[in-house]
Design a protein around this ligand. Structure first.
Ligand SMILES: [Zn+2]
Length: 794
């Protein structure tokens, strides 16, 4: 084993060494690649027996005990268990039956080599659980340990290639229910509450170990012999009734499809899922216990095609992970993109037959190309596969590149080698590495054997080269480039494409014209906005309508100077309102009204929005649910500061769902007309305790940085950048980029550009990954600045 000397925070343990003469392994914060490799070589057969007692009161800590058993091939080194908490949270440690003389160093509990044996070992630890990944709420909690955060809750070997069985007991307050990876063995009342004992899990990685407990409704269903359980907290019974059958049906259909495609039956003992209010991701694929953001599965009345498709895709994505990611797992998080790309790529295949009326080329194009370009067009674009020396930076591997550029790459790969050979390769890969781990090169080797093409060279371009330009030029020279709407890159486009009879051509025209506009090589903002308005008036396809309206909103709010925006407002408001009334389908009316409510700026437009929102002047066939009304209330309060308090109070009074009420209470100060109240709220976000529900923070930031407030809110940019490193350490995977997006994306001023540039230039040693995230998130600001400045000079 190599000794790492690079890290500043690192300790060697001479006194802890046995006398075999091998260099001791460094103890450093996080989980270094060296530590992970050493443990993967020497430790096997791991089992965890974990007991946690969860008190009702958030002021009381979660207490725990864990028994870790494993086989050790080389006991000459001290044993490092990962625990990212303070030393005082460890109450007792025994190693192989004797009290341990352990040390606690740099996020590790270190057991001396002298206490270890070759072969079987058992470590018992009593501890107070860290709560940063337990997402504790007054009536429920859920763990979220991806990518390396199990170690914030309890001591373990937290790396994806040390798969283990987990046996968990949860003692929860009376009236709570619980779900984990394995089936419930029994439930009994104890002095401390109700104890749920779960069966021992299958062999899984620590990042997909998980549990959820709280006051939930439980729904059991058997769909064609498949037993499934759902937990939820929705109080609107009609909404539940409207969605529940479809949710189970979509899960069953996805699992059926995957069994057929992979040739492997669903690999785990049980299947369940829980719907979490304002969950920080769309979903998380805990083995047998998937977590979802509730609003993505319980859709409101009259959902658009985009939302229906997104729900089916999300369910298919998480189901696909049971094979791609959970059954076969990446060795290290540098290959995390492989599980995400397969999940998204398979999801697209799975939903195709479920939506026979939708053109799936169109769906693929609008789902992946705009999001892929949103990062690939920037100076912060990353390669699909990146270096990862320590798991404590694994969260930064995630982003649009792995979710959107990678599926585009995978689609090209499948075309290159053919659907049948691709599927055969997938089957071979899954069979070879079941319940184990694999790398991308191992997969390429399998596929390469089935193809005439040089897939290694191909992979080098697509997987290891960052940026759209690089990919485009290399793609087009190395392999025969794909012509037509699926060509990837900055593709010249003709405005006439917006009037094509072919939906896919219209989509490509929208996407490429918009990219041209941002690159200042296509239409100007005002010209394109007029074209878009005409497009929205004509378009019947909801996927295209959604895409066009998103572009329209972004251009209107960020690529027009305030004076020009005011000139455009009456025309746009009228176009959207009129088009809404001409459409009969409630789903289309809703898409158009939401856009109208977002852009309304004239006194008339705002009054009309408010009247519809308050119910004074309802519109036929325009169903607005509680979540819709809350969203509209927030954007109205920002634009009608004199009425802000009244609007918030009105919305609070008619909100029935207790989780929604807690959210409204949290975001209310961000809606205040008083900038001192907003300042105080912004300052409070520096405290980690005020960032626990990330979705709420993001909604509040959107209010603080609303385009009508950019003049007064620009002063929040610098402190927000200064907080980024802490946000990365304490927040979940997507939060750093979302924090930056919410902070930067509405600005266009030269001073805002200067703030960001000066921040980066002033810190040449700043974390490279975070620097890239800043460059990605600041790209809309840089482009808006250039476009609006040119506009104003005219
Ligand atoms: Zn995923």
């Amino acid at each position: 084993m190599r000794v790492v000397l690079a890290s500043a925070v690192m300790f060697l343990l001479p006194g802890f060494m046995a006398s075999c003469g091998k260099a001791p392994l460094a103890v450093e914060a996080g989980v270094s690649l060296d530590l992970a490799r050493h443990r993967a070589e020497t430790i096997s057969g791991i089992d965890y027996e974990l007991s946690l007692t969860i008190p009702e009161s958030l002021d009381k800590q979660v207490e725990g005990r864990i028994v870790i058993t494993f086989q050790l091939s080389d006991p000459s080194q001290p044993l490092q268990l990962d625990f990212r908490e303070s030393a005082d949270k460890i109450r007792s440690v025994t190693a192989n039956g004797e009290e341990s003389g352990y040390q606690f160093i740099s996020e590790h509990l270190v057991v001396p080599a002298t206490e270890l044996a070759k072969g079987h070992n058992e470590i018992r630890i009593g501890f107070t659980a860290g709560s940063s990944s337990l997402n504790r709420n007054p009536e429920y909690l859920y763990s979220l340990f991806v990518p390396d955060r199990a170690r914030t809750a309890f001591p373990l070997f937290d790396q994806p290639d040390l798969k283990a069985t987990f046996k968990i007991d949860l003692t929860v307050p009376a009236g709570w229910t619980a779900m984990a990876n394995a089936p419930v063995l029994d439930v009994r009342e104890t002095e401390a509450g109700v104890e749920y004992r779960f069966a021992r899990s299958d062999l899984i990685s620590s990042y997909v170990f998980g549990f959820v407990a709280g006051r939930f409704e439980t729904v059991h269903r058997n769909v064609d012999g498949r037993q499934m359980t759902m937990l939820h907290r929705e109080t609107d019974e009609e909404k539940v009734a409207r969605n529940v059958d479809e949710i189970f049906k979509l899960h069953a259909a996805a699992l059926d499809w995957l069994e057929e495609y992979t040739g492997i039956d669903y690999p785990y003992d049980k299947f369940g899922f829980a719907l979490i209010p304002d969950f920080q991701y769309g979903g998380m694929e805990h083995v047998g216990a998937i977590l979802y953001r509730a609003s993505h599965l319980f859709l409101e009345d009259a959902p658009s095609d985009t939302r229906l498709l997104a729900r089916a895709s999300l369910i298919a994505h998480e189901a696909a992970h049971m094979w791609f990611g959970n059954l076969v797992t990446m060795e290290w998080f540098d290959d995390v993109w492989t599980k995400e790309v397969f999940a998204n790529f398979m999801a697209a295949k799975i939903v195709n037959p479920q939506f026979a009326e939708i053109d799936h080329d169109l769906s693929f194009l609008v789902r992946h190309y705009p999001s892929a370009y949103s990062v690939d067009r920037t100076a912060g674009a990353n390669a699909i596969r990146q270096e990862l020396p320590n798991l404590n930076e694994a969260g930064q591997m995630y982003g649009a590149i792995i979710y959107h550029t990678a599926p585009i790459m995978m689609r090209k790969l499948e075309k290159l080698i053919g659907e049948d050979a691709f599927r055969e390769g997938m089957r071979e890969y899954l069979a070879a590495f079941s319940f184990g781990n694999a790398t991308w090169p191992a997969l390429i080797e399998i596929l390469d054997a089935k193809s005439e093409q040089d897939l290694r060279a191909w992979s080098e371009t697509w997987v290891h080269t960052p940026g759209r330009k690089a990919v485009e030029s290399q793609w087009n020279t190395r392999v025969e480039g794909e012509a037509g709407p699926f060509r990837y890159g900055l593709v010249p486009a003709d405005i006439a494409g917006l009037r094509s009879q072919d939906e896919v051509i219209r989509a490509a025209a929208l996407i490429n014209l918009y990219e041209g506009l941002l690159a200042e090589s296509g239409p100007g903002a005002q010209e394109y906005l007029r074209e878009l308005t005409g497009f929205v008036r004509r378009e019947e396809n909801e996927l295209l309508l959604d895409l066009a309206l998103n572009q329209l909103r972004t251009i209107y709010w960020t690529l027009l100077g305030p004076g020009i925006r005011e000139e455009f407002a009456p025309m746009l408001e009228e176009a959207l309102w009129e088009t809404m009334l001409r459409r009969e389908a409630p789903s289309k009316r809703k898409i158009l009204f939401e856009a109208y409510a977002d852009i309304a700026l004239t006194a008339r437009g705002l009054a009309q929005t408010r009247d519809v929102w308050s119910g004074t002047t309802p519109v036929d066939d325009l169903p607005l649910a509680e979540n819709d009304l809350i969203r509209i209330a927030q954007s109205l309060a920002v634009r009608l500061p004199d009425a802000a308090q009244e609007i918030v109070e009105f919305q609070v009074a008619r909100t029935g769902n207790p989780d929604n009420l807690r959210k409204l209470e949290f975001v209310a100060p961000s809606l205040s007309a008083d900038s001192a109240v907003r300042d105080e709220f912004f300052v409070s976000l520096a405290d980690e305790a005020n960032r626990t529900t990330e979705r709420w923070v993001l909604e509040a930031l959107a209010n603080l940085h609303h385009p009508v407030r950019t003049g007064v809110s620009e002063r929040y940019i610098l402190p927000s950048l200064e907080l980024l490193q802490e946000i990365q350490v304490t927040g979940d995977i997507f939060f750093p980029k979302q924090w930056l997006d919410a902070t930067l994306s509405n600005y266009h001023s030269t001073s805002a550009v200067a703030t960001v540039r000066a921040f980066l230039e002033g810190q040449p040693d700043y974390n490279a990954q975070l620097r890239m995230k800043i460059l990605q998130a600041a790209d809309p600001l840089f482009r808006a600045n250039s476009i609006v400045t040119a506009q104003e000079a005219m």
